[in-house]
Ligand binder design. Structure first.
Ligand code: MOS
Length: 725
């Protein structure tokens, strides 16, 4: 993606930016439309034109009559309380309908999460928190009025910086979403003390923001039947349930529509405060309300990846066989809601070692609550573990691929369960072949091309294979046309295409005869598009519904009754998940060039080889792996949300200053996969692929930077200044 200009001022500027984005979308769409295999090419065109333009009057296909527009006021302190809100000047601006503050806002169910208790108290928990909302006839008036609202604060000293040695770190009950906080077996300290080779290093990763292309946006309209939302999210039923809970409604009275989503990366996996505010505002003004976050808003209220401080200790014998693994993580949460990233999770199952321990500790800071961002846990955790494995390989004088193969576990080292399938070694071997690893000289800092040092690195990837209950309807009408209905979400992954394909396969009819409907709570409940489990969860329900429909057809001797046939199936949990450890694996290879004078790092070549079960659609799968690896490159070299401790806020809160990898930063990325037949995971045999692509990429690049320069960077991102020492 070309870097976009910063939306930062007048409406004229905004419109120019919209046109630029549109140019990009057109290019993308033409490319996709050329491909007849993609069912959603045309839909994508339509949705690209309509979604996410907070500066135009349409956020979604639906432009409602009597629409009103919301714009928020955000706190300018990180901790304290509101003393007064003076909305007089704002209220007097022609076109302003109402100004909501904690003094006049309707009361919400106090049981909901702290982040969603918007305008319920005078307390301020972080800078950027919503403290008022203007609703007006136009977006421009709403924004102007929001700037005219005067909020006075009683400010308290804030604490916004994460430190490993803080005295008030605490141990959360569990880590996201339901894992043990700490694990231990054997005697790590004794094993480390007596290890022939050991390393002990601390790796740090910064806060990073999800930044999907489409900013979060919601339209809400109340009617006699309850409230309807047009919303951009990862699961409409999840939004429905949260709105119902917040407003004390029967869920039947909340409808959420979200057929096309312009990206999310986890940030739309839970209801955000703007959703609650939109519903509240529409209730108060009695008209539809549209609330679209700006890019800047998203840095405070849409979630982000916690910064991490990770100490890794590894002990090994002279052959490089691990005797001890310890991974201790420090990360942050907010004062109003807990989020405990599961950073050490992959360390529990990657490598065999008799003595092991993992811990997670949290600091409660005056910051927004961190949340899910593509491969929460695995992504930062594997940067640290796979960097440490590279350091251990060097300490053992072993090839880093050989080190990993020697420590391949026969069963899940912490649970003792067998793996349903485990393709790590195959990925490493195939990747080594494809990348040309065999000829590699391990000595660092000895290859150059003019003023560029050259190096290569490798790292492993992994991501859990999960599946959640979902419900699907399959029906056939008299003319033999099939429909499949499920509230799934396509967040850019290709779900429209792949679910149609799964249904057609299971019904044994061509794709053209299957009509799919997703993205609406009037459809049966599908699980979240998160945790890389969408295809597995929805696909299982669809396959089971299709099988049942075919059985019903057989009972009718193949003759479709006059009013058609319909079945509904709720798929359950996977019982095999109690017997097997289920994970996807991969191997990431990187070549880097580091400029001797400037410290600039270029990545001419990445190769990812994945073992992720059966690949359902080569084109959409390749796109997911490529996207993940690009985001991993971005993590390695660019992404960092910079917090100013004086204000307690992220200062680089737009695309001009929050750097993400652009076209010019990405060289060749090769993606391939090995065939894997896993009968235990789901009827398709497909493992999730939305997240594994980002896991390990940053470590492969950091390891390559070491190989090129002899400088080990243990603090992401790897910026020029860190190499010019
Ligand atoms: Mo994804 S970060 O599990 O929504």
């Amino acid at each position: 993606m070309q870097k976009m200009l910063l939306p930062c001022g007048t409406i004229e500027k905004q419109q120019r930016i919209v046109k630029q984005e549109r140019g990009f979308y057109f290019a993308l769409t033409w490319y996709i439309q050329e491909d007849k295999h993609l069912k959603d090419g045309l839909f994508l065109l339509l949705s690209c034109l309509s979604y996410g333009y907070q500066w135009e009057s349409i956020v979604f296909e639906h432009s409602l009559d009597e629409m009103t527009y919301a714009f928020p006021v955000q706190s300018t302190i990180a901790k304290g309380r509101i003393v007064s809100v003076d909305a007089g000047v704002a209220q007097a601006i022609p076109g302003v309908i109402t100004v909501l503050t904690y003094e006049n806002a309707p009361r919400l169910n106090p049981q909901i999460e702290g982040e969603l208790l918007v305008l319920q108290s005078h307390a301020v928990a972080y800078r950027g928190q919503f403290v008022a909302l203007v609703v007006a006839e136009t977006l421009e008036v709403a924004r102007q009025a929001a700037e005219a609202v005067v909020v006075r604060y009683d400010e308290l000293p804030h604490n916004v910086l994460l430190h490993a040695d803080s005295s008030d770190l605490y141990k959360p009950d569990h880590v996201n979403p339901y894992y043990e906080t700490d694990t231990a077996s054997g005697d790590v300290e004794a094993a480390l003390a007596s290890a022939a080779v050991s390393i002990d290093h601390t790796y740090t990763t910064p806060a990073e923001h999800n930044n999907p292309l489409e900013p979060h946006a919601t339209v809400a309209r109340w009617g006699s039947d309850g409230v309807t939302l047009y919303d951009s999210n990862q699961g409409s039923h999840m939004i429905r349930d949260k709105v119902a809970q917040a407003f004390g409604l029967n869920p039947e009275r909340v409808r959420v529509i979200s057929p096309y989503v312009g990206g999310a990366f986890g940030s739309k996996g839970a209801a955000r405060p703007h959703v609650i505010l939109t519903v509240m505002a529409a209730q108060v003004v009695g008209r539809p309300v549209k609330f679209a976050l700006t890019r800047q808003h998203m840095f405070a209220v849409a979630g982000y990846r916690t910064p991490t401080i990770q100490r890794i200790r590894l002990g090994a014998d002279n052959d490089g066989r691990l005797t001890a693994i310890a991974h201790d993580v420090v990360e942050q949460t907010s004062t109003i809601q807990e989020f405990a990233e599961q950073t050490a999770l992959p360390t529990r199952m990657m490598y065999a070692a008799p003595n092991r321990s993992t811990t997670h500790r949290l600091a409660r800071l005056n910051v927004p609550t961190p949340a899910w961002m593509r491969a929460p846990g695995e992504c930062p955790g594997m940067y640290a573990l796979e960097s440490a494995m590279d350091e251990l390989a060097i300490a053992c004088n072993l090839d880093p691929i050989e080190l990993r193969i020697r420590n391949e576990p026969k069963v899940d080292p912490e649970t003792g369960h067998p793996f349903s399938s485990r393709g790590l070694v195959a990925c490493l071997r195939e990747g080594a072949q494809g990348f040309g690893w065999q000829a590699r000289d391990p000595r660092p800092g000895i290859r150059s091309d003019g003023r560029w040092l050259i190096g290569t690195g490798v790292a492993a990837s992994t991501y859990p294979t999960r599946r959640r209950p979902s419900t699907a309807i399959a029906r056939v009408d008299r003319e033999g046309r099939y429909s499949v209905l499920i509230d799934a979400a396509d967040i850019g992954t290709g779900a429209w295409t792949v679910l149609t394909q799964i249904a057609a396969d299971a019904l044994d009819v061509p794709m053209e005869r299957v009509h799919l409907e997703i993205g609406d709570t009037l459809l049966p409940r599908g699980s979240l598009a998160g945790g890389s489990m969408g295809t597995a969860s929805w696909g299982t329900a669809i396959v089971e519904a299709a099988r049942k429909l075919r059985a019903r057809l057989q009972e009718e001797h193949g003759v479709i009754p006059a009013d058609g046939l319909e079945v509904m199936v709720e798929s359950g949990e996977n019982p095999e998940a109690r017997r097997f450890a289920m994970h996807a694996f991969g191997a990431q290879f990187a070549e880097v060039r580091v400029n001797l004078d400037s410290g600039e790092v270029r990545v001419p070549r990445l190769l990812g080889v994945f073992a992720a079960g059966r690949i359902m659609n080569a084109k959409t799968a390749r796109s997911q792996f490529l996207g993940g690896m690009t985001m991993g490159l971005s993590m390695a070299l660019h992404e960092e949300s910079v917090l100013d401790p004086r204000f307690g806020d992220y200062v680089n809160h737009d695309f001009a200053e929050y750097h993400i990898a652009t076209n010019a930063d990405v060289g060749t990325i090769d993606v391939s996969w090995i065939d894997e037949d896993d009968p235990y995971i789901n009827p398709m045999g497909a493992k999730g692929i939305g997240e594994i692509g980002i896991v390990g990429t940053a470590a492969a690049i950091a390891n390559a930077v070491y190989h090129a320069t002899g400088i080990r960077i243990r603090d992401l991102p790897i910026t020029l200044d860190k190499l010019l020492v």
